[in-house]
Write a protein that binds this ligand. Structure first.
Ligand code: SF4
Ligand code: SF4
Length: 394
């Protein structure tokens, strides 16, 4: 995760992070969740594979044909939450599929809240009526990340393969705002929507989103089949990053925060833009990024549990060799702390054997070798270079 706003406007963030680390296992402030420790990861939990849409790039390959068979039961999910709470996990992000299709979602959220674990939602937004937004708030869910893949209905609905999805998602932002639930825009930028990035940012500001979170495509699920057709080239990526940088600089950080996800090399672009700008925050930003020891949090500060209880280093790392175990066989905490598990050892010690451009790259300490899921999916080799990397190519 590349926290553009925090680096650009975040004087004092570094000392806050360091203070938090010294404080040990206490509550993690929302602004510092990216800096939690390896053993207390933020957990992305695909609570269901069911979904009312069937988006072209869905990493989980969810859709109406998913039946929910094999999903963890309510009792099993509560046992997992007990374990996550004991582990000190600061945040569970309920995702899917469409998490709101799981009838016991609010029961799980309240169960987590009662055990001191914060919860958030990653949703397509189409099921969020004013009444549903109230239930989200009442279940203690403090934040909803809502997907928007276009600034127009035509683009968004084509991606989501559902006429009317755009209008329903836009209405969801309003419903959440009225209910007092913070929202963020989640956009996956591809060849089909990159021309709308500026308009999407303006739209996000208009509908009161507090975060603009840009995802790059990862070849996983249906995203794998669409990858070559949809992935942006180096010039398009750096153009989009420059636009985000400009917008993040102009925008009041209290109004909206800008982030990019799944391309740790984005920090290279950010630092060089700040250097060019002679930013007073440059040294702070460097220390902040260095404290993350490589931008990818898979297998360390981030964990994923899928609908049937399998544990993965991140929600996109779904090749069979990346499976760390299943909560039905062994508690999450025991699996996560077992560094002998090959999948976890691989992601936690990944920087020893990089090859290709990542092997001798001067940015490697900050970037950590980009995205290993992309490297593995493209080259069949976990240690190969990240093919998405645009540094020095545009
Ligand atoms: S492995 Fe790739 S997709 Fe997973 S968290 Fe890291 S950068 Fe993101
Ligand atoms: S070449 Fe590899 S290590 Fe260097 S910036 Fe790109 S992804 Fe990161």
């Amino acid at each position: 995760m590349n926290r553009i706003t925090q680096c650009l406007h975040g004087r004092g963030t570094v000392s806050a992070v360091m203070r938090h680390r010294k404080a040990g296992n206490g509550d993690v402030p929302a602004s510092l969740l990216a800096f939690t420790s390896m053993y207390r990861p933020v957990v992305f939990w695909n609570v269901t594979d069911r979904c009312n849409l069937a988006c072209t790039h869905c990493y989980n390959a969810s859709g109406l044909s998913s039946t929910g068979e094999g999903e963890l039961s309510t009792a099993e999910a509560c046992t997992v939450i007990d374990d996550l709470a004991r582990t000190g996990v600061p945040l569970i992000i309920f995702t899917g599929g469409e998490p709101l299709m799981r009838p016991d979602l609010f029961e799980l959220a309240r169960y987590a809240e009662a055990r001191g674990v914060k919860t958030a939602l990653s949703t397509n937004g189409t099921l969020i009526s004013p009444e549903m937004a109230g239930r989200i708030r009442d279940a203690g869910i403090g934040y909803a990340g809502i997907s928007l893949d276009g600034a127009t209905a035509a683009t968004h609905d084509r991606f989501r393969q559902s006429p009317g999805a755009f209008d329903r998602s836009i209405a969801a932002f309003g419903a959440c705002k009225d209910a007092g639930v913070r929202t963020g825009v989640r956009v996956t930028l591809t060849k089909e929507n990159s021309a709308e990035l500026g308009a999407l940012i303006e739209l996000a500001l208009r509908i009161g989103a507090s975060r603009f979170c840009l995802y790059w495509l990862v070849p996983c699920g249906r995203g794998a089949a669409a990858y070559n057709r949809l992935q942006l080239g180096p010039g398009e990526v750096t153009g989009a990053l420059s636009l985000l940088y400009r917008k993040a600089k102009e925008t009041d950080p209290a109004a909206m925060e800008f982030l990019t996800v799944d391309a740790p090399q984005d920090c290279v672009h950010l630092l060089s833009a700040m250097e060019e700008d002679k930013s007073a925050d440059l040294d702070d930003a460097r220390s902040l990024l260095a404290s993350l020891k490589g931008g990818c949090s898979a297998g360390t500060r981030v964990a994923n549990i899928d609908a049937s209880g399998n544990i993965w280093p991140c929600q996109f790392a779904r090749s069979p060799e990346f499976c760390a175990g299943n909560v039905r066989d062994r508690p999450f905490s025991a699996i996560w702390q077992d560094s002998t598990i090959p999948a976890l050892a691989l992601f936690r010690n990944k920087d020893v054997l990089f090859s290709g451009r990542c092997g001798d790259c001067r940015h490697r300490i900050l970037c950590g070798g980009g995205c290993r899921v992309r490297a593995h999916a493209t080259n069949g080799d976990f240690f190969a270079e990240d093919p998405f990397c645009y540094t020095g190519q545009s």
